[in-house]
Design a protein around this ligand. Structure first.
Ligand SMILES: *[C@@H]1O[C@H](CO)[C@@H](O)[C@H](O)[C@H]1NC(C)=O
Ligand SMILES: *[C@@H]1O[C@H](CO)[C@@H](O)[C@H](O)[C@H]1NC(C)=O
Ligand SMILES: *[C@@H]1O[C@H](CO)[C@@H](O)[C@H](O)[C@H]1NC(C)=O
Length: 432
């Protein structure tokens, strides 16, 4: 008597097995090209948005909360505003409703989700409506980037051209890469059911024909001539996320931090009060990332004085061991060297490596290409600045330090993965 019900049950399970086999054709991660602008040291990608698709260059902001684009002259037929007082508006952190006396256009609407945007280079704030439009995507498959493209929705703020002041010449906006709900990685991962992973391979070359990669949804990370997927060989540590202060009205989203436990120059540890490495109860301290330096075109990053001084001292000592001669410091730098005495190595100037020892003991080696800055033909300087002992982060890692390293910010698993300099493996983040 028990056999008849078994038949349909068996068929039912058979059906589940068949459909899960189909589901192993996983959604492919998405990849965008990254270019470097030589005059601003900004990194940008090209988004193809709207109907018909318009190509817009937009600067990457690792701590950006909202993507925003210059909508003056934007005439896409598929653009639609996100209504205010909607669930999505609230989830994105919108505050109220837009109101604009016509003529109606993407950057002038009534009753759209109101967002205050403080752009990094204009010391003013503007309000804009949050909207969405279709975005052309490219996926990764094995080694090659497939040109097979599809559309997904991208959420962005529509602003006027004035707000693009300070961006790389051809850029018309910012791509937000923080972990907030409204950022590009979060939006695409959610829509495509991909892991919450965003990885960057920032190019050091500003050649027009070469580019790096922004990956959303995970690997494979193929950087020829390395033959294997870098996903498996990345070193990993804990990724910390410091929520942006809700009160601060700015484009700053939640920031990515890593837990540095010690610093070495080559293999020599430098001595300082290591309690300043932690994020304190007021949110100060810690080691954070950023790809943009607001109000300044300098790509240089700051170190807390208590680290900067012993680090420069040890670095200079180790440099002297390599017969590198000191040069008179060139403002704003603290340690400069006679470039003629610095040999060139596979990973840039052959200088001592600055080694960040991370929680779990993974070591990030910052090689000459990522630490040195050539200020004149015959002078190169250590590209960090003394950040004083104020309230900011203890260590800031900027674009210059990130170039030619594959860095993976896995929000879903709270893990930070890194390759160390790909130059050491005859590869880079500048490919054709
Ligand atoms: C918004 O509403 C006001 C008042 O109702 C109206 O005058 C204005 O034209 C509307 N703006 C747009 C862009 O439709
Ligand atoms: C290290 O710094 C912390 C906070 O700045 C301070 O409270 C502590 O006393 C210092 N420790 C030493 C050994 O100087
Ligand atoms: C490095 O890669 C280039 C191609 O990208 C190749 O021509 C060259 O032989 C490689 N050199 C080494 C030492 O592997």
């Amino acid at each position: 008597m028990s056999s008849p019900p078994l038949v349909p049950l068996f068929l039912f399970f058979g059906f589940i097995l068949a459909s899960s086999a189909m589901a192993t054709d996983k959604p492919a991660p998405v990849v965008f090209p990254i270019k470097k602008d030589a005059s601003t040291n900004q990194y940008y990608t090209t988004l193809r948005v709207g109907t018909p698709p318009t190509s817009m260059n937009a600067v990457l902001d690792l701590v950006g909360r909202f993507t925003w684009l210059d909508c003056d002259g934007y005439g896409s037929s598929s653009y639609h505003p996100i209504p205010c007082e909607s669930y999505r508006c609230e989830a994105a952190g919108g505050g109220g409703c837009t109101f604009c006396f016509g003529p109606a256009r993407a950057s002038c609407t009534n009753d759209s989700c109101l967002i205050y945007v403080a752009t990094p280079f204009v010391e003013e704030m503007t309000s804009s409506g949050l909207g969405e439009d279709v975005l052309v995507l490219h996926s990764t498959k094995k080694i090659k980037h497939t040109s097979r493209s599809k559309f997904q929705q991208v959420t962005f703020c529509c602003v006027g051209s004035y707000w693009t002041t300070g961006l790389a010449n051809s850029a018309k906006g910012i791509v937000a890469l923080a972990s907030n709900p409204s950022s590009l990685p979060t939006g695409l991962s959610t829509q495509l059911n991909l892991p919450r992973v965003c990885a960057l391979c920032l190019p050091s070359s500003s050649s027009k024909s070469r580019c790096g990669d922004l990956y959303i949804g995970g690997g494979p990370y193929m950087q020829p001539p390395i033959k294997h997927d870098l996903t498996k060989s990345l070193l990993r540590t804990r990724l910390l996320i410091r929520p942006s202060s809700i009160a601060a009205v700015s484009n700053e989203g939640d920031e990515y931090f890593i837990d540095v436990t010690a610093i070495k120059i080559d293999s020599a540890p430098i001595t300082f009060n290591s309690s300043i490495l932690a994020i304190d109860k007021d949110g100060a301290g810690g080691t954070k990332f950023g790809t943009l330096t607001p109000y300044s075109r300098a790509p240089y990053r700051f170190l807390h004085s208590a680290i900067f001084n012993p680090l420069v001292e040890e670095f200079a000592k180790k440099a002297t061991d390599r017969k590198i001669k000191k040069a008179t410091p060139v403002s704003p730098f603290g340690a400069c060297f006679d470039a003629r005495t610095v040999r060139s190595g596979v990973a840039g100037p052959d200088v001592p490596a600055i080694v960040l020892v991370l929680r779990g003991d993974a070591q990030w080696r910052i090689e000459g290409a990522n630490s040195m800055v050539r200020v004149r033909k015959d002078v190169m300087c250590l590209g960090f600045l003394d950040g004083g002992s104020g309230v900011g982060a203890t260590i800031e890692i900027g674009g210059h330090q990130m170039e030619d390293n594959l860095l993976e910010f896995a929000v879903g698993s709270s893990t930070f993965g890194f390759s160390n300099s790909l130059l050491l493996r005859n590869s880079s983040c500048s490919h054709l």
